[in-house]
Design a protein. Structure first.
Length: 197
């Protein structure tokens, strides 16, 4: 009996070292070597400074920027500075969810000078499940062209041409939907159409 207990302890320690220490170290080294950008967090640089990650949403509020989805997690900026991922967890019958969606839709219509009954893209009024989704639908991005172009002093056609370069197809051609990364688009927007002073 004692012999079996000792063997079990040795096996536990051995496999803990192999799977808990050696394997993660080897995988980290391989990924750093083969995919250094992704392993570092897919950071986006502008003028040599990190402006964000292509994997995490950021809040853009100015009229001259494309806006991301609303975030129930405050775009991951908690008091600790660490990214927190969460949805609101409000169900479809939640009065709070209905109030939030109505308020988001009203703010969106007001910003675009639309009538109170004008349809708006769903992904601009409903928060994502994680609160950190960096993408919006192409329809949601196109909805914002007029506001962004006017604030930048550019034509709608020029801003749309830039936007279309950032429409990503479904992954591998069939997984998910087409999408637009808001941070990458806004960074290119700053480069091509600097905001009016």
């Amino acid at each position: 009996m004692l012999k079996l207990i000792i063997q079990s302890i040795r096996q536990t320690l051995l496999w803990t070292v192999i799977t808990g220490v050696l394997y993660p170290l080897v995988m980290t080294a391989v990924v750093q070597l083969l995919f250094p950008g992704q392993a570092a967090g897919s950071l986006v640089l502008r003028d040599g400074k990190v402006v964000g990650s292509a994997l995490l949403a950021q809040q853009f509020t100015g009229a001259g920027y494309f806006w991301p989805r609303p975030s129930a997690a405050g775009y991951g900026t908690g008091p600790s500075g660490l990214a927190a991922s969460s949805g609101s967890n409000h169900g479809p019958t939640s009065a709070q969810l209905q109030t939030d969606v109505r308020n988001n839709a009203k703010s969106l219509r007001d910003a675009h000078k639309l009538p109170a009954d004008a349809p708006v893209p769903a992904d601009l009024v409903f928060a994502s499940a994680s609160g950190l989704d960096p993408h919006i639908s192409p329809a949601a991005a196109r909805f914002q062209i007029g506001r962004v172009a006017a604030a930048r002093g550019a034509s709608d056609a020029a801003v749309q041409a830039l936007l279309e370069k950032f429409v990503e197809p479904p992954q591998w051609g069939f997984l998910g939907e087409a999408r637009v990364n808001v941070l990458l688009l806004n960074t290119a927007l700053d480069d091509q159409f600097p905001a009016k002073k």
